[in-house]
Design a protein around this ligand. Sequence first.
Ligand SMILES: NC(=O)c1ccc[n+]([C@@H]2O[C@H](COP(=O)([O-])OP(=O)(O)OC[C@H]3O[C@@H](n4cnc5c(N)ncnc54)[C@H](O)[C@@H]3O)[C@@H](O)[C@H]2O)c1
Length: 85
Amino acid sequence: MGKHPMNKNTTTSPPSQPTSVVTGAAGFLGSHLVDLLLARGHKVIGIDNFVTGSVDNISHLGGNRNFKFIEQDVTEYIFLDVPVD
Ligand SMILES: NC(=O)c1ccc[n+]([C@@H]2O[C@H](COP(=O)([O-])OP(=O)(O)OC[C@H]3O[C@@H](n4cnc5c(N)ncnc54)[C@H](O)[C@@H]3O)[C@@H](O)[C@H]2O)c1
């Protein structure tokens, strides 16, 4: 059963560096959540359309290899080319 392609993650431990997606990443709460997850060793994909958020809230993450930012309205379809946890 463990070798079935659909079951490949059911018998293994969680990844050592999970990938998390944070919507509203440039907002007050979202930017703090991003910081927390990065401090816990996650890779983080932040999504925000800046309707109320600000780049100031995430500017300190510039150059952080574990953080990727996508400017987009989350009510629109989005395709992520990496697996997320
Ligand atoms: N220093 C402080 O204590 C402080 C500062 C700011 C806010 N606050 C409080 O925090 C609360 C607000 O914080 P918050 O984090 O909930 O709001 P926020 O507006 O800061 O964050 C929401 C984020 O979601 C984004 N967003 C909204 N719709 C979106 C969409 N369709 N697609 C993509 N992104 C989208 C916005 O651009 C924004 O960045 C309020 O209670 C406010 O009073 C406190």
